[in-house]
Structures are given as C-alpha cells and as structure tokens.
Design a protein around this ligand. Structure first.
Ligand code: 5GP
Ligand code: MN
Length: 329
C-alpha cells in the first residue's frame, strides 16, 4: 500500500470509531488552512458525524465567504473538551495551535495531521505530510479521493481557495501538472472560482490600500537590493484605520520587485513581532525563520519574536550580512 492509502485507511478507521470529532485551525489562519478546514468539515458532516470546528483567532474578512467559517467555535470555549479524534490541517507543529489549542490537542484520544510543511514534525498519532505539494488543500484532495469522498461544490470551492492562495495564484515553483489536474477535478466538482477571485483578490478595502501605501514607502533595501525589508508598526494601523489582517499580501509586493531575491516583512503586535520571509529562487527562507524559532517552506517562512521591532530589524540585518554575499551577481 502507498503511504496515502495507509494513511487514508487509518484515518477512515479513526473517523468510524469516533463519536465526537474536532478539526482545529492554527493561529492567524490563512487561505490554505481555512479552505482545507472547510472542505474537511463538509466531508465529516456529510458522514453524519458530530463535528466541532475549533477556531484560533478570527477569520480574516477575505475568507468569511467560506461555507463553514461561521460554524467555528472559539478555542477558549472548548478548553475542557476531550475529543475522540482531532484533525489538524496545514499546521507544522503543535505550537501553531496557541496555548489553549495545544492543550485541547494533547487531550484528544486520537490525532491526525495533514500538511505540506517541510518542517512538519509529525506531531500526531497519524501523519500525512507531502512537502513537495503546493498546499494542504492539494494534499487533502488526494486524501479525500483515497477515502472515496464525494466532493460537493462547496468543498471544491474551499479546496480551490486553499490551492490558489498558497500558490500565489499558481505562480510558485511548487506548481506542476499534478496541481492543475487536481484543480481540473475541482472544476468538475463544481468549484466556483469567481467567488474566490472576487472575495480574495478583488475586494481590497481603502484602509488596506492606505496601509500598503504608507508601509511600502518605508522599504529598506539590503545586500545591494537583493533583500527588501519593511516594518509595519502599530501606529501605521492606527493612522490608516486598517486592521492587523490588512498586512496580508505586503510581503509579496516586496518580493515582486525586480532584483529582490528575498522579502522580509515585520509586523509589530501588542506583545510580539511577527516575521514573514519570501524568496524567489535561491535563498532558503526556513534558514532565516529558524533563527527566530519559526519555520515553514523554502520559499515562504515565518516566526514570532518577543523583543522590540528595532531589535528584530537589527538581527535580520546581521543575518543578511552573514548569509548573503552582497557582491554576488
Ligand atoms: P506567513 O509569513 O504567511 O505568516 O507564513 C509563511 C509560512 O511560514 C507559512 O507556511 C506558515 O505556516 C509558516 N509560519 C509562519 N509563522 C510561523 C511560526 O511562527 N512558526 C512556524 N513553524 N511556521 C510559521
Ligand atoms: Mn499551507
């Protein structure tokens, strides 16, 4: 049996044996996490299972169109619950669930982990991790196929959201013929790509635009222009009326600049700084994120630091000096 078939058989058994199943988002959920969770929720409720969708942090406005996003129950309300089966999607380690989510995860009778992060540490009882896959959405599609699941139009749209957002609209080098074959099957299953395009790519608020304009005017170029770095301060949010989620997409704008190999985006939060790294073709973002105890993928990684944003900026500069030969063509 292939790894996929072995995993699908175990998952199927755990689902059959379980009365109460939970699926859980990671903190700061993104399109891949939310799209995959939505599809999994659709599948499990279709089997007439008692399913709880555990939410960590709010759903960003762009993704509220997803069919089951409104079913989420805040993690804080579920602190004392013990689930028969807990399924994690798009989470590389248990720290991604936050303190309360981690407790709930550790108490669950059985746990499953479906993901595509290279740094995934196989934290569950059963794990299916495909690092070369574009997205957890693509991995989950394979799992659902192996389970002989009926993919409803809502599930297809959710999986399309996951794949589309985690590939930068099919631009990243992880995209291959297989990705497009999966997407073709999602169209066959009734995926509505217009709703995704409209909600995710064509609904930018004026406040978000004001934030992007303000923040992007402060770009710092390092290593002869190979690295572009920007910090978003709490006062930038205040001045523009934008929300913390509105920083989504800024790091990609930095990476898209000609000559830039790696983009670094720093976001000041109440008690921490969130770091995001993106690269184009040769720098490994994981190497940088790991310096701050984070992780992710070669082309996209992140971390959180509990020091001032000035200190984080200083450390990034030092790492860039150390790791990148500024003279290299
Ligand atoms: P983003 O920059 O969009 O927050 O994250 C980019 C990638 O890095 C995502 O795949 C995400 O899962 C991963 N990532 C972001 N923050 C963290 C973190 O604090 N720890 C780990 N291990 N991975 C992270
Ligand atoms: Mn992902």
């Amino acid at each position: 049996m292939s790894d996929l078939q072995t995993f699908a058989a175990s998952l199927s058994k755990h689902i059959r044996d379980a009365e109460r199943i939970a699926i859980m988002s990671h903190v700061s959920p993104d399109g891949d996490n939310l799209g995959s969770l939505d599809a999994m929720y659709g599948y499990l409720t279709g089997l007439d299972k008692d399913v709880v969708y555990i939410g960590n942090d709010d759903v960003p406005e762009d993704f509220t169109f997803l069919t089951y996003a409104k079913e989420r129950v805040d993690v804080e309300e579920l602190r004392d619950e013990v689930f028969d089966l807990l399924i994690a999607l798009d989470s590389s380690d248990i720290d991604r669930f936050g303190d309360e989510g981690r407790e709930i995860f550790l108490k669950a009778e059985k746990t499953a982990n479906i993901d595509h992060h290279l740094s995934n540490d196989r934290f569950a009882d059963i794990n299916y991790v495909v690092p070369k896959a574009t997205s957890t959405g693509e991995v989950l599609f394979r799992v659902l196929e192996a389970l002989d699941a009926r993919i409803t139009p809502e599930m297809a749209t959710a999986l399309y959201t996951a794949i589309s957002t985690d590939t930068g609209s099919f631009q990243y080098d992880s995209v291959d013929a297989e990705t497009h074959r999966v997407v073709a099957k999602l169209y066959d299953a009734g995926c509505d790509h217009n709703i995704v395009v409209n909600a995710v790519y064509q609904s930018r608020s004026r406040e978000k635009l004001a934030l992007m304009t303000r923040v992007l005017s402060k770009i710092q170029f390092l290593a002869s222009g190979k690295v572009a770095m920007v910090s978003c301060l709490l006062k930038d949010l205040e001045a523009t009326g934008a929300s913390s989620d509105d920083t989504e997409g800024i790091v990609e704008q930095l990476r898209n600049i000609k000559g830039v190999e790696m983009a670094v985006f720093l976001k000041e939060k109440q008690d921490e700084v969130k770091l995001s790294f993106r690269s184009k073709s040769y720098l490994n973002c994981i190497e940088f994120a790991e310096e701050f105890d984070g992780g992710g993928h070669v082309r996209a990684a992140g971390a959180s630091a509990h020091v001032s944003i000035e200190k984080v900026e200083g450390k990034v500069r030092a790492l860039v000096d150390e790791k990148i030969d500024a003279e290299r063509a």
